[in-house]
Design a binder for this molecule. Sequence first.
Ligand code: UDP
Length: 244
Amino acid sequence: MTSATTLPAFKRILLKLSGEVLMGNQSYGIDTDFVASLAAEVKAAKDTGLELCLVIGGGNIFRGMAGAAKGMDRAQADYMGMLATIMNALAMQSALEKLGVDTRVQSAIQMDAVCEPVIRRRAERHLQKGRVVIFAAGVGAPYFTTDSGAALRAAEMRCDALFKGTSVDGVYNADPKKDPAARRYDTIDYDTVLAANLQVMDASAVALCRDNAIPIVVFSIREQGNLAQVLAGRGTQTIVKKEC
Ligand code: UDP
């Protein structure tokens, strides 16, 4: 469970940030100061020469399941969730561009006045030109999540790995917030994650990564500088991959 693991050198990665991390210490919405610090981390990662795709969730604003639990039509609520991810993408674009990082937002729900539609070949060109591409609105369909959106874009953009930045520093065998004896895995394989129903990403996202041999690196984005540490092989993380 705890053998040390080093990450290979990556050329292109997809970074998935859950919407919650954009809240900073707030209980809802977007903390612009915190988004600015996240943008600085993204810039530092990009400055190492990486090609970077970003996917940001929407849970800090609206989740379809929460709307459905209160009696809304699930698909309608999910569309609202997808719109929330576009707002987050625009907030991140603004923060990145303040730091001089060229950025394009591509949304799976067309919104011509504010961003581009998802066009893989165009996204490819943006990456080649050194731009960060933020993919918004998940897969563009209800009953999915931005984890699935992240896995899908990582596969179609042929990313070397999917980095999932959350508030926990990896995958545990029990909830570390509730169980002090919970242990973090250094590496774990996709099938164990699926069979044990470990809360890494939703099952469709894990399966898509497994089928396309895309390693998932789960790490905490809450501590400043951690993305760079993880990328440099000095961080704390769990790598989900084929054989461990
Ligand atoms: N969503 C969706 N289809 C997608 C991506 C997102 O319907 O392809 C909706 C869904 O309602 C979800 C919400 O958008 O709850 C916000 O995304 P998510 O929950 O993945 O955000 P995160 O938990 O990463 O902040």
